[in-house]
Design a binder for this molecule. Structure first.
Ligand code: PMP
Ligand code: GLN
Length: 378
């Protein structure tokens, strides 16, 4: 069969998690919490399962969850999305990203992608006949050179993909980034997909500047979120898309034929759970402690790093230790010292190798300490 994605193999997350399991390594590669979600949330799901909420949910998502999301969004960012026409529940952020890209992109359209980029973006663009145009971000800052962005915009640019807080670098967008982007897209037929799945995981008193908070951006943006990151339930695969009614109308045309709807009892449970802000307000403190614990463990190592600004990933440079390719090193460390990571070159189109590994610190303290100890011996 001629491949529609000739440049794509099995995703790095599957490769590294499988290897980690085979050799019994500490798995800091694929991003998922190493601890369980709240028992209260499990009880809520059980409650709805037992009460017979087991048939198809409405295509757009259950009303209570759409309402709870609209309420949270208005409380946090002071932006109103109508739960009936502007909020859609999806099977994870992955589905929302795919549906939003599909809603916008026609063959030959150009899509601006900041790399390193989360690995589902480019396949979504290419399967729709779009052409990814890369803006390369480099360590240690991964900050955006807006002059380069302006130079890459053409008459064919239809979409820009944003991710803040950023996976894998942990970088967080500033207000200036929003203003710069708004000045570029104003008066152009350019839409935006903003992947904000780590919206509640920011450190050192940073604020999440959602793209919805800038009116010029809000009117053309599909905001994508995920409950997986926020409530430690990556295996439940529930996400959502917030977008103005006109965009949502097109988004839902795709969503209804991708998955139609999303698992019913969990949506009801999340609606109840989301109503209590404490359930997500605790995340910065919770994860900042873990980030610091991991980094304290690496202080006397030869790794170099800037503390992540957000997300639950920390990137480190190993340039002072070896000049091996990052992919080879990630495999070797998994086998030899039993600590699995992600080589950041996989997130670059040209596989640029800046000698950086990504570690997920959403793990219990003892695991983080043990991993840091092993890494410090290098
Ligand atoms: N976007 C980013 C930046 C992610 O890191 C992830 C997964 N960790 C996703 C999207 C996918 O989220 P979901 O599991 O809800 O599909
Ligand atoms: N988003 C997670 C990560 O970056 C992995 C998700 C997946 O395995 N597809 O590690």
């Amino acid at each position: 069969l001629p491949s529609k994605l000739p440049n794509v193999g099995t995703t790095i997350f599957t490769v590294m998690s499988k290897l980690a399991a085979e050799v019994g390594a500490i798995n800091l590669s694929q991003g998922f919490p190493g601890f369980d979600c709240s028992p209260e949330l499990v009880s809520l799901v059980e409650h709805y399962l037992r009460r017979g909420f087991n048939q198809y949910a409405p295509m757009t998502g259950v009303p209570t969850l759409r309402e709870a999301l609209a309420q949270k969004t208005s409380d946090l960012y002071n932006v109103a999305y109508h739960p009936d026409t502007e909020v859609t529940i999806t099977s994870g952020a992955t589905e929302a990203i795919f549906a939003a890209v599909t809603a916008v992109i026609r063959p030959g359209d150009e899509v601006l992608v900041f790399e390193p980029a989360y690995d589902s973006y480019v396949p979504a663009i290419e399967l729709n006949g779009g052409i990814p145009v890369y803006v390369t971000l480099t360590p240690p800052d991964y900050s955006i050179d807006w002059k380069t962005v302006r130079e890459k915009i053409t008459d064919k640019t239809r979409l820009i993909l944003i991710n803040t807080p950023h996976n894998p670098t942990g970088r967080v967008w500033t207000v200036d980034d929003l203003v710069q982007l708004a000045n570029i897209v104003r008066d152009r037929d350019i839409w935006i997909v903003s992947d904000e799945v780590y919206e509640h995981i920011l450190f050192d008193n940073r604020t999440h500047h959602s793209l919805m908070t800038h009116p010029v951006l809000q009117e053309r943006t599909f905001i994508v979120g995920s409950f997986g990151k926020t409530f430690h339930i990556t295996g439940w695969k529930i996400g959502y898309c917030l977008a103005p009614a006109e965009l949502t109308r097109e988004f839902r045309k795709i969503h209804q034929y991708l998955t139609f709807s999303t698992v019913t009892p969990i949506q009801y449970a999340l609606a109840d759970y989301l109503a209590q802000p404490a359930h997500y307000q605790e995340l910065p403190t919770f994860y900042q402690r873990k980030r610091n614990l991991f980094l304290d463990g690496l202080r006397n190592s030869r790794f170099e790093f800037k503390p992540a600004e957000g997300s639950f990933f920390q990137t480190v440079s190993y340039a002072a230790i070896t000049d091996e390719p990052d992919y080879d090193l990630a495999i070797r460390l998994t086998k030899e010292i039993n600590v699995a990571s992600i080589p950041v070159s996989v997130f670059y189109n040209q596989k640029n190798d800046y000698k950086i590994l990504r570690f997920c610190f959403a793990k219990d303290d003892a695991t983080l300490q043990k991993a840091a100890e092993r890494l410090s011996r290098l």
